[in-house]
Design a protein around this ligand. Structure first.
Ligand code: SF4
Length: 409
């Protein structure tokens, strides 16, 4: 409400125009938690169950702590960093111990009537064990990072924090915040926080559509290649906004063959024509990637004079994946060759300065709270403060101009 009130006032004063072009970019936020080892994670999971159990079911609790080493789950022990410093062999033994005890806890509570919150915590412990631990022939061991699920729970204290990537080599644990900014007066028009493992593009449409409540419908949204998905373009177009972003680079394998733009799709008959005039209707839907895969007849491809340039498939056939948003992507391909696109893209870099201001001067690099909802609140309060600062700066600049004019007169 506070953010919106300030934004509405800026719109009323025409410091932000209703259809003004906006730019978008994302930044990472580090979660307000220590990165636990798997041993610490399991112990935290057990502690989160034991704490409420003691009050809710004292008898069950008393019986249970006789079957495990209860001291291990005392507050100081769970929060202690020693586990991380143990040598590898000791760490492995400790993992076996805490995993075995965690399973005892879950087994003992099977069939016990507990409240919803406690059931949720039991589910969380099951999830921690399932995501992080393997058992082969009775041998308990930690899963390798590559074998852990993408949506890995990293802490029972902050259930929404996730591992994310800043680049191919740098990782962080926490959240991402997507920010939109007006291009003329550099005001933040919306902020949306998401889990760290999400792609930037995932909340881009929501960020723009939410602005309708303030009466804002930007004519264009300028971003980097991370926002160039066909689905984004389509949904924003339906909202009245054109997404301006470079198309993603195709991978080396795809670069070596004829590009998709050399193939012509007939939307009515759902046929695809190749550069040699061969048509195919053979296709299947790749729902996961939002593609229709067209297969050209193997007999035609094998005798084709440009086969080497067209395909590098082992069986010699060309397969072309056409996005369900092919129309939007092809339109973008054409637009991205124009001078207007180059002019638009020059509007994008200044948002880096805004993100830098949010992180360096207003602490948005670190989440002050835990959980998506509270981190979202932190982002909106910070954005509101930054907008007020910018507003004051413009007022002062206006006053200086007036004073200069009076002095000159
Ligand atoms: S290889 Fe197949 S798909 Fe490619 S141009 Fe030749 S006939 Fe067409």
């Amino acid at each position: 409400m506070i953010f919106d009130k300030i934004l509405n006032r800026l719109i009323d004063l025409e410091l932000i125009k209703r259809d003004e072009i906006q730019r978008i970019d994302a930044m990472h936020m580090i979660a307000d938690i220590a990165i636990p080892t798997v041993v610490a994670l399991v112990k935290k999971g057990v502690r989160e169950i034991l704490k409420p159990l003691k009050g809710q079911k004292p008898k069950v609790y008393e019986d249970l702590i006789k079957k495990i080493d209860a001291d291990e789950y005392a507050r100081e022990k769970v929060n202690h960093a020693d586990e991380g410093r143990l040598d590898i062999e000791k760490r492995k033994k400790k993992l076996v111990k805490v995993v075995t005890e965690a399973r005892v806890v879950l087994k003992e509570l099977e069939g016990v009537a507990v409240n919803r919150e406690l059931r949720k915590r039991m589910e969380m412990l099951r999830r921690i064990l399932c995501e992080n631990v393997n058992e082969f022939g009775g041998k308990i061991q930690e899963r390798e990072y590559k074998d852990k699920p993408k949506d890995l729970l990293v802490s029972p204290i902050d259930e929404d924090a996730r591992y994310g990537a800043k680049s191919d080599t740098k990782r962080f644990m926490g959240y991402k915040a997507n920010v939109t900014e007006s291009v003329e007066n550099h005001f933040i028009t919306n902020v949306e926080v998401m889990r760290g493992n999400k792609r930037e593009a995932e909340t881009a449409v929501q960020l723009v559509i939410e602005q309708k409540r303030n009466g804002l419908v930007p004519q264009k949204l300028v971003g980097d290649a991370g926002y160039s998905d066909g689905i984004n373009r389509k949904m924003l177009k339906d909202n009245g906004t054109i997404m301006v972003a470079p198309l993603r680079q195709v991978n080396a394998r795809a670069q070596a063959v004829y590009p998709k733009s050399m193939f012509t799709i007939n939307e009515e008959t759902q046929t695809l024509k190749c550069p040699q005039g061969v048509e195919t209707t053979s296709r299947y839907r790749d729902v996961r990637h939002g593609l229709k895969q067209f297969h050209f007849p193997i007999g035609k491809c094998r005798v084709c004079k440009v086969q080497k340039e067209c395909t590098n498939e082992k069986d010699g056939r060309r397969v072309v994946g056409i996005s369900m948003f092919n129309k939007e992507l092809r339109e973008a391909e054409v637009y991205n060759t124009t001078d207007e696109f180059k002019k638009d893209m020059k509007l994008r870099p200044p948002i880096e300065g805004k993100l830098s201001e949010l992180t360096r001067y207003h602490g948005l690099r670190r989440a002050r709270y835990r959980g998506l909802v509270k981190v979202q609140l932190q982002s909106l309060f910070t954005a509101a403060a930054v907008n007020i600062k910018r507003w004051i700066k413009l007022i002062l600049a206006g006053l200086t101009r007036q004073t200069d004019a009076i002095v000159a007169f």
